[in-house]
Design a binder for this molecule. Structure first.
Ligand code: PGA
Length: 251
């Protein structure tokens, strides 16, 4: 089965200004991706509209970093999936930093995913174990639980299940300079697809990305790893030249 490849730069709370975000987006757009590799960037929400305007006509897609689980109302600081129409093709949900800092549990991630998919967005759902869970050999159990709850809304919206991309991001590998081994990532991808199958979804058709300290140096190993279709890149996506090498590695 050939699945589309995808590399998304998760800029997190960077770069330091909207102007810098637009400049970075333009720099990313300067290097066209290889055929069959889709590229996206996820700027901070304050820069999303400006980045989207700067990338119009380029092959680089815009992703939000998160959306709210409701579509309107008294939710200070949040953005609704429907507000992204015309500005973003997708959104990340369930990133471990959002789970940790904003208290997202799996039930809430599921509601966010449901909202995003209903709004016609592509969803990059992040799952992955903590260091303690990794050391306790609980990676598989944790991933199965996350997928079972987080992706459950797609059971009632199977026609939209092509919108789902899963990013396997072991928390201990994020921002640490210590990526997982490609073998560990491949095993996780297998578990993710089996868990999707368990929900009646099509695991084999679902793209699985690896995220966690991906750099230009480590990208080729992940590009060659069985079942890994791309990367979710944090720190190394903030330098356009390095990000371009990572994208090229998946070509
Ligand atoms: P990192 O972040 O590449 O800086 O480790 C990845 C992520 O959190 O998506």
């Amino acid at each position: 089965m050939t699945r589309a490849r995808l590399v998304v730069g998760n800029w997190k709370m960077n770069p330091p200004s909207v102007d810098a975000a637009v400049a970075l987006a333009r720099a990313v757009a300067e290097t066209p991706p290889p055929a069959h590799v889709a590229v996206g960037v996820a700027p901070p929400s304050v820069a999303l509209v400006a980045v989207s305007a700067a990338l119009r006509g380029s092959p680089v897609a815009v992703y939000a970093q998160d959306v709210h689980w409701e579509d309107r109302g008294a939710h200070t600081g949040a953005i609704a999936a429907s507000m992204l129409a015309g500005h973003a093709t997708g959104t990340i949900v369930g990133h471990s930093e959002v789970r940790r800092e904003q208290g997202d549990d799996d039930a809430r991630v599921a509601r966010k995913l449901a909202r995003a998919v209903a709004g016609g967005l592509r969803v990059v759902l992040c799952v992955g174990e903590s260091e303690a869970e990794f050391l306790a050999g609980e990676t598989e159990r944790l991933i199965v639980r996350q997928i079972a709850v987080d992706a459950a809304p797609l059971q009632a919206a199977r026609e939209r299940s092509g919108a789902l991309v899963v990013a396997y991001e072991p928390i201990w590998a994020i921002g640490t300079g210590r990526p997982a081994t490609p073998t560990h990532a491949s095993n996780a991808a297998r578990v993710i697809r089996r868990a999707l199958d368990g929900l009646g979804l099509d695991g084999a058709a679902t793209a699985v990305l690896y995220g966690g300290s991906v750099t230009a140096a480590s990208a080729p190993e992940f590009a060659a790893a069985d079942g890994i279709d791309g990367a979710l890149v944090g720190g190394a996506s903030l330098a356009a030249a390095e990000f371009a090498s990572i994208v090229r590695a998946f070509g």
